[in-house]
Design a protein. Sequence first.
Length: 291
Amino acid sequence: MRIAVFGNTYRTVILSHIKVMYEYFKNKDITLMLDKELFVFVSENGNCCMENTVIIENDDFVADLAFSIGGDGTFLNTAARIGRKQIPILGINTGRLGFLADVPSEDLLSALEAILSKRFFVEERTLIFVNTSDGTLFDYPYALNEISVQKQDSSSMISINASVNGEMVHTYQADGLIVSTPTGSTAYSMSVGGPLVAPQSQTFILSPVASHSLNVRPLIVPDSWTIDLEVNSRSQCYLVALDGRSKVLGQSTKLKITKADYTIKVIKQLNHTFFDTLKNKLMWGVDKRNK
């Protein structure tokens, strides 16, 4: 079995996790493949697990599984590196909340044992694809969490004309608009009041950022529908971000948002559900009142 390993190279805490992985797998029929940036980081800060480790030089690699060590941001970057390869990803959390990277440090060994004995299941997560009217290209035009359209200047709102399946839905007067997947419902969308949506829901969520109208609420539509966005801004430009990877576009550039033609596979531990994550990470449903 070949396991590709990616990690947050800004946090030295991941070194201990990599060492645990290396020690656990070294006498087994497992080949660890470290991303080149991660390999250099490990070499410079501990020099562990160098023996029999393969270096991933570029995106032309083949693996059976992938490990993402860090937070959800690291997981999103790993998903972008995996792309269409259909390699299942296990998220090992060294960050804070960790909805995608949901294996806590204290459960690392048990998670590795589960991987070796194939005691896990794989969820398929929808991606968003964005296309531009003028042919402007993104390095990776897909998002696992969300696409956000935001104002580029520091004061004035922007106007965002949103159409769904060719029908004009609303002109958002706001600081921005988020179009998220169910996976992204617990990310940026949640922070602006968007609903929590189960990952298997096959929907898109439109959530305005600091809307000027109090009677505008988040909207959920089927992910088989097409969303078109047209932006008007005093600065003549706006910012679009795909899972945090941002680019400035001129306001004449329109966006067409659809479901991607492939999915990202996420490894989940047995007996671990979306609602467990809500309860453990968000204290969802916990009654703090004195009894």
